[in-house]
Design a protein around this ligand. Structure first.
Ligand code: AG3
Length: 280
């Protein structure tokens, strides 16, 4: 049996699966968990692959660590979405982070991830019980949570589904303005931004929208297991934040498997045509 996620133009990304372990409809979306034969369990939302257990680090590492290693002291962190817990788990590996919050809109994603996936089940249990010493959980809309906040966070990480459905608001100019205001001076924001080749228009328009709001914007990509790769990411900086300079000493303690801080500059390699579409 196969599970295939269909992207535009008949491009598919698939896994051989032995069974479906869960399927349910929450107030926001359809959630499924499959057993793949080669990559552990797989979380699928509205037919799109969110992660495979044996490969999720190829997404969570390049999403979280470049942003935090380029910040001199990321003390306060916010994760928007990421209800499986993988993004917050990576954020908390940075000992500079004194306090992190996760705002997830869909309690069913938290429950199903905790029950079926070995991504961050102990972390999710602690969050749901309000027992984590450095992290807190808010069940609600990230956009509502951020509106009106001013200068509170050093780093904000958005780990959302694609820019259609419940996450569309997280790619709007209004949301980017709220993010910018919520950052402390020298702070920065990162978001996943879709498939470089298959969602190029969405990627390019999110890039341009972010450029209207942030002081500096960087586009980068990484090959992610389970997604139509390379996958795009966008960083928006406030004030003097410099995404091109990472702290290699701090990086040394992280024992990374995919993202290589020594070769940080390779993140910025984008196909020539895509660069042109972004506008140079
Ligand atoms: N967040 C979703 C990434 C987007 C996947 N899109 C797709 N397959 N079309 C991943 C959640 C992992 N914490």
């Amino acid at each position: 049996m196969n599970f295939i996620e269909w992207y535009p133009r008949g491009y598919g990304v698939g896994f051989e699966v032995s069974e479906r372990l869960y399927r349910g409809r929450s107030a926001y979306q359809e959630i499924e968990v499959y057993q793949t034969t080669g990559f552990g369990r797989m979380l699928v939302i509205d037919g799109t692959v969110q992660l495979v257990e044996e490969g999720e680090l190829s997404y969570h590492e390049p999403l979280v660590h470049p942003l935090l290693l380029a910040h001199p002291k990321p003390r306060r962190a916010l994760v928007i979405g990421g209800g499986d817990g993988g993004t917050l788990r990576e954020v908390l590996r940075h000992s500079e982070v004194e306090r992190a919050e996760m705002v997830e809109i869909d309690p069913e994603v938290l429950r199903v991830s905790g029950e079926y996936l070995r991504v961050a089940s102990e972390l999710l249990r602690q969050l749901l019980a309000g027992e984590h010493p450095r992290a807190g959980l808010v069940v609600g809309s990230g956009a509502d949570y951020l509106a009106g906040r001013d200068g509170e966070y050093d780093v904000i990480v958005a780990d959302s589904t694609d820019p259609v459905g419940p996450a569309a608001v997280l790619f709007s100019g209004e949301f980017y303005r709220d993010v910018y205001r919520a950052l402390r001076p020298g702070g920065a924001y990162v978001t996943q931004a879709g498939s470089v080749y298959l969602f190029t228009d969405e990627f390019a328009s999110a890039y341009r929208r972010m450029r209207q709001v942030f002081d500096r914007v960087w586009a980068y990509s990484f090959p992610v297991i389970g997604y139509a790769s390379p996958w795009a990411f966008l960083v928006g900086g406030k004030g003097g934040y410099d995404f091109e300079r990472v702290d290699l000493e701090r990086a040394g303690g992280l024992e990374l498997e995919y993202y290589d801080p020594e070769r940080h500059a390779t993140l910025f390699q984008l196909p020539r045509g895509v660069r042109q579409q972004l506008g140079g």
